[in-house]
Design a protein. Structure first.
Lengths: 302, 329
């Protein structure tokens, strides 16, 4: 199995992003998804900068994929999407049906991200015939569903599973970060850049619950499927995806690599991760439970 | 503009037809639609009676089959499409492209509409659905401003239906799994958001707590009216403030921008609320049908009695223009 690094969901400064990918270039990651997928107002990094980072990562032997915006609203966003779909050097990850339409019209191969709803093999096979090369399993589905889909989807279609990171849970027209500052979205003052991990949302009894990241809502718990990699191999998963946080992305990648290569046991890897990650972890979706649940290894074996 | 009203059972459908709905949309009694609630919805026989009742009066019935089938349930969804075709539904409202292909191949005469759960927000997305599955109409997610809806309509290959009134999704429909994060069940997988099966109301001496999947969504002082714990409408804390961080309990109401919606070419206005009571259906249908008639006659002005009637049946007794109005975003 290969390891991919998903697109950065947060708004980081240009300098920070360049630093981040410099580290990633030295990690054991195989595939890197690049691009702004949340908010088109975030302009620290322009398409030409992303392409520059892409060249650097390619030179370091990484496969680069360009990711598109998830929620398209304005015409200017469609125009920007158009420009990305016209880049010929890299595969494009479509994150909505406008991108899928534009890429399939140009008869270009493409990948799809976790927020394109593919819940059955019939849907996947339609897109396969339109040029779909790789799909990312929706995060809210279970391993049983994945197993069934794998039996009926075209065998040439690569399967990627979101295995580590904050779960992308929702997108909105509303900017929750601007709202938290009592600002209009049109005058958001780019507050997201002050929150490199997003804004934590807790319940009234002070339990961490969600993360607001501009128009996106994420889980506050970190998805961790390190204990389920063997199962993924058996099902035939091609790639596991890790989503970047501001810290430890390169360490996490290397830990997953070692477990996949049977150099480190998943139990040992789990204890290393426990030391790195202070927030709660979750894996409930994989077991057809509430996404925020954590099914412990012993329970999952029963 | 066509008035598309909800109905959760046959009496509600008849009330909608009798009070001026051009079309009623319904669902079958299982997880094939996004209002999968106990005791709600239609079996084949009742749906057939509903279609006959509407057709006899020159009205239409659409059937929502707008959740996403997983492999284990595939046949339940294709059966629902077969059933809709068999009873003469005027359209099926779908979100999953696998089902669209199934409907197109097996029932070429059946009209396909793209559900709001399909999350299409641009004409490029609509073009994809139109080219590949010959959809006739799309329902837009409640995320676009009026100017953005206009842009979509100007370039859209299909008719556009928009939400006019009812409970407000603050998130893009079809792309929100907050509910399954807390409960394991989401609109996409199960056809319900913040399902009642996972709701708890816990009262102590000081306050009433509402929980979803064990998560504290809100708490109320004794004198405060308590709301249903829909996940995105709870009070949470961030940066030292506790407030409705995502959205207040409120309903969408677009009566004030009705002339604009007509002018930009909206084909149909959808009213949310298949889960609501026959009294709700009567009030919304009557009010909206009157407003649309007034609009057709020209000299439109929102009547305060309409807004009053709608406020009384709105969540939190307040309404908003939602994303149509840029400042809401």
């Amino acid at each position: 199995m290969k390891i991919s690094l998903g697109p950065i969901y947060y708004y980081w400064s240009k300098e920070r992003v360049y630093q981040f990918y410099k580290k990633i270039a030295k990690s054991k990651v195989d595939i890197v998804y690049l691009g702004e997928v949340i908010c088109s107002k975030r302009r620290e990094i322009k398409l030409r900068d992303w392409l520059e980072i892409a060249h650097q990562l390619s030179a370091a032997g990484k496969e680069v994929v360009l990711s598109t915006l998830t929620l398209l609203e304005a015409d200017s966003e469609l125009k920007r999407l158009n420009r990305i779909t016209q880049v010929n050097e890299y595969l494009v990850e479509a994150n909505d049906f406008a991108a899928i339409g534009l890429l399939s019209k140009q008869q270009k191969p493409f990948a799809i991200g976790p927020s394109v709803n593919m819940y059955n093999a019939q849907s996947l096979n339609i897109l396969f015939n339109k040029g779909l090369k790789r799909w990312c399993f929706p995060v809210e589905l279970s391993h049983e569903t994945l197993t069934s889909i794998m039996e009926d989807k075209n065998s040439k279609l690569e399967t990627e599973v979101f295995a580590f990171g904050k779960l992308p849970l929702a997108f909105s027209a509303r900017c929750f970060t601007a709202r938290a500052y009592n600002l209009d979205k049109d005058d958001c003052q780019y507050k997201c850049i002050e929150h490199e991990k997003g804004l934590l949302l807790s319940t009234k009894e002070d339990k961490s619950f969600l993360i607001m990241n501009g128009i996106q809502t994420l889980s506050s718990s970190t998805l961790n499927l390190i204990n389920n990699l063997e199962q993924m191999k058996e099902i035939g998963v091609d790639i596991i995806r890790i989503n970047p946080q501001s810290e430890h992305a390169d360490n996490i990648i290397d830990i997953f690599r070692d477990v996949i290569d049977n150099k480190v046991s998943s139990a040992d890897a789990q204890s290393i991760i426990d030391k790195l990650i202070s927030q709660k972890q979750c894996n409930g979706y994989w077991f057809e439970q509430a996404g925020m649940d954590m099914v412990e290894l012993a329970q999952s074996m029963q | 503009m066509e008035l598309v009203c909800p109905a959760g059972n046959l009496p509600a459908l008849k009330i909608a037809v009798d009070n001026g709905a051009d079309t009623v949309y319904i669902g079958f009694g299982d997880d094939t639609n996004a209002r999968h609630f106990a005791g709600l919805n239609f079996n084949e026989d009742r749906a057939k009676q509903g279609v006959e009742y509407a057709h006899a009066r020159g009205r239409k019935v659409y059937i929502a089959i707008n959740t996403y089938p997983q492999p284990s349930g595939w046949q339940r969804w294709t059966d629902a499409i077969d059933r809709a075709a068999r009873i003469g539904a005027d359209a099926v409202i779908l979100a999953d492209i696998g089902l669209m292909a199934y409907a197109k191949n097996n029932h070429p005469e059946l009209n396909l509409h793209l559900s709001v759960q399909g999350s299409a927000t641009s004409y490029e997305a609509l073009d994809f659905y139109c080219q590949n599955f010959y959809i006739k109409r799309a329902v837009l997610p409640r995320v676009l401003s009026v100017a953005q809806v206009k842009k979509v309509i100007e370039n859209s290959p299909v008719e556009i239906e928009v939400f006019g009134f009812g409970s407000l999704c603050v998130m893009v429909e079809g792309r929100c799994i907050l509910s399954s994060y807390a409960t394991g069940r989401s609109p996409n997988t199960y056809g319900a958001c913040s399902p009642a099966s996972h709701v708890e109301y816990i009262e102590n001496d000081i306050q009433l707590e509402t929980r979803l999947g064990g998560v504290l969504i809100d708490s109320y002082e004794k004198h405060e009216p308590a709301g249903y714990p829909t996940l995105c409408k709870g009070r949470f804390e961030t940066m030292g403030n506790t407030y409705y961080a995502l959205e207040e309990p409120t309903s969408l109401n677009t009566l004030d921008i009705l002339p604009e919606l007509k002018k930009i070419g909206v084909k149909a206005i959808k009213i949310e609320g298949r889960q609501r009571s026959p009294a709700y259906i009567r009030t919304v249908t009557k009010t909206w049908s009157e407003a649309l008639k007034q609009l057709d006659r020209g000299h439109y002005q929102t009547k305060s009695e309409w807004n009053r009637a709608l406020s009384e049946i709105s969540e939190g007794f307040q309404t908003t223009l939602g994303a149509y109005h840029r400042s809401w975003q």
